[in-house]
Design a protein around this ligand. Structure first.
Ligand code: HEC
Ligand code: HEC
Length: 471
């Protein structure tokens, strides 16, 4: 870093660096807790029964009353197999590894974070977990030594990329990390459950931390039980950093906007995916979740975890471009499909979400849908998604669309009239209001695992700034 940058910029850099290092695994792996309490397994057990047993089971066997609802399943602690370690494959995690998992949880899985528990209670929990498996008594856990961090500016990304290919990361994680490698399908974990490689483009979804050191620890230590091998000994310490920074470079920072902003177009509204007009449109990313099944249980976690969308409009028409990662293109049988669902006025958003729709007696919603089977879009009012999952015809009024599947990603452009005079009871999008919509996405390979979004407001006109009283 040069020191001739203007003071403000320099301050910003220092601040950012401080924030980044705060976020890094290393900050948690260091024994930052001078006052770690004396081990108290009984206190750990008491908290465990209170907070953890419903998933991990009263005796730690991973068989709590809620366990069956989750993929991956809550860990069976008696086996001593841990995924997120700083230690060699097949060995126990360090106390700090466990402390970190308990504190931060495992994003992208159903393992919650517990930062609100007293620090001393979290240490007692760690002691209790260690009492459940013999592996902790066999040998003290040793973090693997790593070379000093060269820093991002000194990382050789081209070299990292070559290593990513050579070491076979791409075979599972896909050429650009979208979990679409040739060996990605059909993986089974040590507990006999299907497992998918992580989508490395979604840094927010990494369970063990998305910074370079965490990533490096993942491939040096391996992810025990998950079929992700350890690369310790097959890569030099310097190369490990090049590879780790390359993986970090695959992450696409999400834009979780609270309100999606549409852009008014003066010329022709784009129908094509590559139309330059899309460059003017703000992108909003939305996290997708699983649905509640009719039996009242959570369905399996969906393959599609995120959708990006952009909205353009003119006086008469609205165009939307969507992009989502799906490791396989399914155009026949149960096909990949999409529904943009409009929220009817007067529906309380926090009560009726797509996660619980359709349900018995649910009212009809306006479904603007597209299917990879027909490569056509339509719009209809329906009390359920049958019109979409049945594939085949574009139900209802036909709408214009364009679609492309490439490198593990669908891109779809749809257009519909703002007022929709052709569809009785269809959504009327008034630019002076905030139309509200949600998405449902199907991966044809796992047709029952529909991925749905919460309701999102779309601002067509620029939002007026709120006037604050002068102090
Ligand atoms: C709502 C369910 C749920 C609750 C409650 C829960 N867990 Fe978990 N936990 C999970 C799931 C699911 C996994 C497996 C995630 C994976 O494999 O990616 C997991 C994994 C873990 C792991 C394994 C990490 C590794 O490296 O493999 C630890 C440690 C853990 N939980 C500790 C706890 C503790 C301690 C509590 C209570 C304070 C707790 N969990 C409460 C669902 C839960
Ligand atoms: C045999 C298939 C396979 C290969 C080869 C493989 N991985 Fe993985 N990887 C997985 C699976 C499966 C997971 C998800 C584990 C889970 O969900 O518990 C994963 C997860 C990850 C994660 C995310 C961990 C987290 O924090 O959530 C990273 C980072 C990663 N792999 C990097 C790599 C790199 C780099 C390579 C090559 C050196 C590689 N992987 C090779 C299967 C593989």
């Amino acid at each position: 870093m040069t020191w001739c940058s203007p003071p403000a910029l320099r301050q910003a850099i220092v601040l950012r660096t401080a924030m980044l290092s705060l976020m890094a695994w290393s900050a948690f792996a260091r024994p930052a807790f001078a006052e770690r309490p004396a081990p108290d397994v009984a206190a750990g057990r008491a908290e465990y029964v209170r907070s953890c047993a419903r998933c991990h089971g009263v005796e730690g066997a991973g068989d709590g009353i809620d366990a069956k609802r989750f993929y991956p399943r809550p860990r069976d602690f008696r086996l001593g197999i841990y995924k997120f370690r700083s230690t060699a494959s097949g060995t126990a995690p360090t106390d700090e590894d466990l402390f970190r998992t308990v504190t931060h949880g495992l994003p992208g899985s159903n393992m919650p974070d517990w930062p609100h528990l007293d620090e001393s209670i979290r240490w007692h929990l760690v002691e209790y977990l260690k009492s459940l498996a013999p592996i902790f008594q066999e040998a003290p856990a040793e973090p693997m030594a790593v070379a000093a961090d060269p820093g991002k500016p000194h990382a050789d990304l081209a070299k990292g990329r070559a290593l990513y290919e050579k070491l076979g990361c791409a075979a599972c994680h896909g050429p650009t990390g979208r979990a679409n490698g040739s060996s990605a399908g059909g993986l089974v974990d040590d507990w006999g459950m299907p497992i998918r490689p992580a989508n490395l483009a979604q840094g927010w979804n990494y369970r063990g931390g998305s910074d370079a050191e965490s990533v490096m620890r993942r491939f040096l230590s391996g992810i025990d039980g998950a079929g992700m091998p350890s690369y310790a000994g097959t890569i030099s310490p310097e190369d490990a950093w090049h590879l780790a920074y390359y993986v970090v470079s695959l992450q696409e920072p999400p834009r979780w906007n609270r309100i999606a902003r549409a852009t008014r177009v003066r010329g022709e509204l784009p129908k094509a995916i590559d139309h330059p007009a899309w460059h003017q449109a703000e992108r909003t990313d939305v996290r997708l979740r699983s649905v509640v099944t009719t039996a009242g249980e959570w369905a399996k976690a969906p393959t599609v975890t995120q959708v990006a969308f952009q909205v353009l409009y003119d006086e008469e028409t609205l165009a939307i471009k969507l992009a989502w990662d799906d490791p396989t293109e399914n155009t026949q049988g149960p096909a990949d499909a999409l529904a943009v669902v409009f929220k009817p006025a007067g529906l309380a958003g926090d009560v009726v979400t797509l996660q619980a729709w359709p349900h018995e007696g649910s009212s009809a919603l306006d479904l603007w849908h597209w299917s990879a089977a027909t490569k056509r879009a339509g719009e209809t009012l329906s009390p359920n998604f049958d019109v979409i999952t049945a594939g085949g015809q574009a139900a209802g009024i036909e709408r214009s669309s364009a679609a492309r599947y490439a490198d593990g990603r669908w891109q779809v452009v749809l257009q519909r009239p703002l007022a929709s005079p052709d569809l009785e009871g269809g959504a009327v999008l008034n630019p002076d209001e905030l139309p509200t919509l949600a998405f449902a996405i199907w991966d044809g390979s796992h047709a029952s695992e529909r991925a749905v979004s919460p309701w999102i407001d779309v601002a067509l006109r620029p939002l007026k700034p709120v006037q604050h009283a002068q102090e």
